[in-house]
Design a protein around this ligand. Structure first.
Ligand code: TXA
Ligand code: MG
Length: 360
């Protein structure tokens, strides 16, 4: 057996065997890498206090080392161990939303090395809400630095199979806990700013945060028409990118379907394979291309849960172009549209601008 082989441990009822736990914990404690499920997406974990483990994570993902990692913790006292000060708002938010899909940016003390935080003097912290993640944190006693367990630039993994697809041979252990529940990353809130600022929209909405702590801003660098750089290094790259070129079509649903049909027919006439990111209500209305439903448009959580696996499916189908329907930009839809716009490199077309009669 190869030494560098990846072991996959399949959890039953969110439990591993004692031998599997022992192996997993010992890998973490000895500077190795463990991929594990959280409630949002799978993470690629290593000891957050070990600079070598951080380097291994960047290497395995092919990620630039100036893009900081999130430190996952088991209880609030671990946060107090690694930050310079604990603002009142951090306590309020932790009480309300942890464990859960919220990452807080705070000033750090010296315990978390610069390798883990991409050279920054702040640290991203979150307490995940998944029984396997929580057990791993508790059993190991290790604070786990973990980015999403995908190769840099690919959609985040929502199943262990996605992790294996990207990281086979680059991670020591994968804990397979089945498909995750949320499917889109945590909301990142920067508490070093006043008022606090959302650096990455996620499952937890701005409305929910405002209700807990009052005024919250969104990083102006995230707007589509701005020259400002996003503050979170990871939001500056073209992330979540499927291999095919993706274009978002906006407008009224009937017009969108007609426009995508025209575009798909045209692309196929030019010998290109077409994927269509559709919804339950529209998937049977497409006459060309390969339509894949991301779920029921009215159920934003379902759309979020399926988004990344649908993008991966298009990669595996080998399509050349993807035309995607658009979603409402409010509540959870904000996170969905943020990911789609990034996958599209901000290519978006108004359905009414597609002149169907001009198509060859
Ligand atoms: O749901 C999640 O947050 C998942 C699971 C595994 O916990 N993790 C995740 O990690 O999405 P990652 O590495 O894919 O994204 C972390 C983001 C990046 O955009 C990074 O730039 C930003 O957080 N970030 C981390 N530390 C930061 C800091 N100190 N200041 C600003 N942005 C930071
Ligand atoms: Mg990521």
């Amino acid at each position: 057996m190869r030494d560098m082989g990846t072991r996959v441990f399949i959890a039953k009822d969110n439990q591993l065997s004692p031998a599997e736990w022992e192996k997993t914990v010992s890998v973490l404690r000895n500077g190795g890498l463990v991929a594990f499920p959280t409630e949002t997406v799978y993470g690629l974990g290593g000891d957050a206090t070990d600079p070598h483990a951080a380097r291994k994570i960047y290497q395995a993902k092919g990620r630039p080392s100036d893009n900081p990692l999130i430190v996952h913790i088991a209880d609030f006292s671990q946060l107090e161990d690694i930050v310079a000060e604990t603002p009142e708002k951090a306590r309020t938010l932790a009480q309300r939303f942890w464990p859960g899909p919220l990452t807080l940016i705070l000033k750090k003390n010296g315990r978390i090395p610069l390798e883990t935080t991409g050279g920054l003097d702040t640290v991203a912290v979150r307490m995940p809400d998944h029984p396997l993640a929580r057990t791993l944190l508790k059993k190991s006693g290790v604070m786990i630095a973990a980015p999403s367990a995908n190769t840099s630039g690919r959609p985040s993994p929502t199943t262990a199979a996605h992790v294996l697809e990207d990281l086979d041979g680059r991670v020591d252990v994968i804990v397979d806990g089945g498909a995750v529940g949320i499917g889109i990353e945590s909301t990142i809130l920067d508490l070093t700013e006043d008022p606090p600022m959302i650096l990455r929209p996620g499952f937890l909405t701005k409305e929910a945060l405002c209700e807990a702590i009052g005024e919250v801003r969104t990083d102006p660098g995230l707007c589509k028409d701005t020259a400002e750089r996003p503050k979170a290094p990871g939001m500056r790259y073209r992330h979540y990118a499927p291999r095919a070129e993706l274009t978002l079509i906006e407008g009224d649903s009937r017009e969108v379907v007609a426009a995508i049909n025209a575009l798909a027919k045209n692309a196929e006439a030019h010998g290109r394979r077409v994927g269509i990111l559709a919804t339950e209500g529209t998937k049977d209305s497409y006459r060309a291309g390969e339509a894949v439903s991301v779920g029921n448009r009215e159920d934003e959580a379902e759309v979020a849960r399926h988004l990344y696996s649908v993008l991966r499916r298009f990669d595996n189908l080998g399509v050349d172009v993807i035309y995607s329907e658009s979603f409402d930009d409010s509540g959870l839809g904000q996170a969905v549209m943020n990911r789609l716009l990034k996958a599209a490199g901000h290519r978006r077309i108004d359905a009414r601008d597609i002149r169907i009669e001009d198509m060859p």
